[in-house]
Design a protein around this ligand. Structure first.
Ligand code: CAA
Length: 386
């Protein structure tokens, strides 16, 4: 843990709870779930019972009402055991719940936040589409007002846990094809899978994070009651972008968990593996690798927690959240690559967990905004004088 971070009693207790939960319910099964591409549905209820699905939801809605830093500490622990469980927790806590909390009406909060906090319903976030990934505001899913409903048509891609979610925050165009308004013509809708016209589409067969199910969602003349529109009908893209600030901090914590696990495995292996008559950790070549891994992880965690503290003080951290995600995810990719090198040939096999960590690390550089998109966000802020 970061020695610069003075943990409160609550934070220490949350970390202990997360570690105990992972030791019993996650770590023993992570390799098998990965091999089988198995999403374990009982985890949702178990995480909910511990409060891990309502970490920043106020106690009035059955959440834990904790700050961003504490949430990220728990997320790092869970992700160190299994990054697939980490992404479930990150998307749920950072995106749909935060969007409803910040922009929802009192009635929407009363209806949805409790079940989300208790783990009775899992949350998902539907922004991307087959033709709108990095260029998110080019999304095409169309929402047309019809009496007391909106009628939605379109396909959403890369939806984490979309097939298991009970509450999905989906962005759709509310402007007309004749008067396109880019990011300012998009609404955010609270979708539940019971709506007529809602279908779960193709399931992706992924390189990593295989225990996190990723699907397409198809909206086929899906009628959404008007009271499911979140806030202003033209502000959905801004709400989504704003929520991605917390999302990107979450993915940074997930990446940190992956990197830490890889570093711990490599360090243990460097102590036990002997070549040329001594433990390989006694060779400077290996020590330097471990030193660089530990240094980068410490830098990523320090950046993350400084940014989380600023966010909790109410400051805008858009470009800093992008920096956290960029640095922590590239750190995870680099550290997992080095960890495999420390293990040599064994690291390239499924006998050890570092190859899974390496595969899991890769997607953190891609989803919730690629590294290139993070650099765009940071670069634009720099040019504005941020
Ligand atoms: N906060 C609040 N509002 C914001 C905002 C922010 N951080 N960023 C943009 N907006 C709003 C503003 O109203 C803005 O209008 P102004 O220019 O007047 O301020 C409007 O949105 C349009 O913004 P941009 O002109 O900046 O939009 P753009 O089309 O140039 O796109 C982008 C900017 C940064 C490239 C953005 O499209 C982006 O972040 N792309 C990456 C998409 C992404 O992260 N996808 C993640 C998918 S979710 C996922 O992966 C979850 C999962 O399951 C794991």
């Amino acid at each position: 843990m970061n020695p610069l971070l003075h943990l409160s009693e609550t934070q220490s207790a949350i970390i202990d709870t997360a570690r105990e939960f992972c030791a019993q319910e996650v770590s023993p099964f992570a390799a098998q779930w990965d091999r089988d591409a198995h999403f374990e549905p009982t985890l949702v209820r178990k995480l909910g019972e511990l409060g891990f699905l309502g970490m920043m939801i106020p106690e009035a809605y059955d959440g834990l009402g904790l700050d961003t830093t504490t949430y990220l500490l728990a997320l790092e622990e869970i992700s160190a055991a299994d990054a697939s469980v980490g992404v479930l927790m990150s998307v749920h806590n950072s995106l749909p719940t935060q969007m409803i909390l910040k922009y929802g009406s009192d009635a929407q909060k009363a209806e949805f936040l409790g079940p989300l906090a208790r783990g009775e319903k899992l949350g998902a976030f539907a922004l991307s589409e087959p033709e709108a990934g990095s260029d998110a505001s080019a999304l095409r899913t169309q929402a047309v007002r019809d009496g007391d409903d909106w009628v939605l048509n379109g396909t959403k891609s890369w939806i984490s846990a979309g097939g298991h979610a009970g509450v999905i925050l989906a962005m759709a165009r509310t402007d007309t094809p004749e008067a396109r308004r880019g990011g300012k013509g998009i609404g955010a809708f609270i979708i539940t899978p019971d709506l007529e016209g809602f279908k779960v589409g193709k399931k992706e067969n992924k390189m990593g994070l295989r225990a996190s199910e990723t699907v397409q969602l198809v909206f086929d003349n899906m009628r959404v009651p008007a009271d499911r529109l979140l806030g202003d009908a033209s502000m959905g893209f801004a709400y989504a972008m704003q929520s991605l600030e917390a999302g990107r901090l979450g993915i940074a914590a997930q990446a940190l968990g992956i990197a830490r696990a890889a570093c711990e495995h490599a360090t243990a292996y460097a102590r036990e593996r002997h070549q040329f008559g001594k433990a390989i950790g006694e060779f400077q070549g290996i020590q330097f690798k471990l030193a660089d891994m530990a240094t980068r992880i410490h830098a990523a965690r320090s950046l993350l927690h400084a940014t989380a503290a600023a966010k909790d003080r109410g400051e805008s951290v858009t470009e800093y959240a992008a920096m956290c995600k960029l640095f922590a995810t590239e750190t995870a990719m680099w550290v997992t690559t080095q960890a495999i090198q420390v293990f040599g040939g064994y690291g390239y096999t499924t006998d050890y967990p570092v190859e899974r960590l390496f595969r899991d690390a890769k997607v953190t550089e891609i989803y919730e905004g690629t590294s290139e998109i993070q650099r765009i966000v940071i670069g634009r802020a720099a040019l504005k004088g941020g």
